[in-house]
Design a protein around this ligand. Structure first.
Ligand SMILES: *Cc1c(COP(=O)(O)O)cnc(C)c1O
Length: 241
């Protein structure tokens, strides 16, 4: 199969991210792009690796399992960005380099236990629910201070920042409010002594707003890999550019 669109898409999104940084008065070097390869086959990911990409976001443990075998020679760092069931902690502890969807104590406990058995530690971001939508996972903002304090006891989990999904709406004011809330939560946590500089927020359809509010990392699927089947609950219509 021909994957030449990937190179063009990658160049285009890096260019658009850099432009959003400049528009916000920020240094483009401060904002990383996490390519989200969910639903795309290992051969597509391999073509992306050939472009120099080596970190990929996935929202299902099963997909990390299915892809990590055939791509074992690529040295990929798999980043879990989707809702994680506690009974999948074993595979995550074995295969993932990072979890951005840590949102409850039982999950931290399960990951810690499995990571101890593996003799590994991983970076984690705490997923916070900044929108009022029922369908979104994440820790309620009011619980963040207690949760961060509690995470200190798990030495296999290096807490590095926060992650969120903004409300799914066309109203940029509401979307931006979600991102702003995450930044304010991070700043308050830093003021309390937590070393959590990272903000993972923004996707193909809303990353300029996230960058304007301080994202250090944007998670980009569609704009790099193309459209996914519409059954994917996180499918967002393209906003045009
Ligand atoms: C799918 C997904 C993304 C990427 O979404 P796009 O709109 O395709 O860029 C980002 N974050 C999470 C948690 C996702 O599940």
């Amino acid at each position: 199969m021909d994957h030449s669109h990937l190179a063009a898409n990658w160049a285009d999104i890096r260019h658009r991210v850099d432009a959003a940084c400049r528009a916000a008065g920020r240094d483009p070097a401060e904002v990383a792009i996490l390519p989200v390869s969910k639903t795309f086959d290992p051969e597509v990911v391999r073509a992306a690796v050939a472009l120099g990409l080596h970190r990929f976001g996935e929202n299902k443990v099963q997909e990390i399992r299915d892809k990590s075998g055939p791509l074992a020679d690529c040295g990929i760092a798999w980043v879990m960005i989707g809702h994680l069931q506690t009974n999948k902690a074993k595979d995550v502890a074995r295969l993932a380099s990072e979890v951005q969807s840590l949102d409850r104590t039982e999950l931290a406990e399960a990951l810690h236990r499995r990571l101890q058995l593996e003799g590994r530690s991983i970076d984690v971001l705490v997923q916070v629910k900044t929108s009022r939508e029922e369908s979104k996972y994440g820790l309620p903002p009011a619980e963040l201070p207690t949760f961060l304090d509690r995470l200190r006891q798990y030495d296999t989990l290096r807490v590095r920042g926060l992650m969120t999904l903004a409300i799914h709406t066309d109203d940029p004011v509401e979307v931006r409010a979600c991102f702003r809330q995450l930044r304010e939560l991070r700043d308050a946590a830093i003021a309390r002594g937590h070393d959590i500089p990272r903000l993972s927020m923004g996707m193909s359809g809303d990353f300029p707003l996230a960058i304007a509010e301080g994202a250090t990392e944007v998670r980009i699927g569609t704009a790099i890999f193309g459209r996914r089947p519409t059954s994917d609950s996180f499918y967002w219509p393209e906003t045009g550019h």
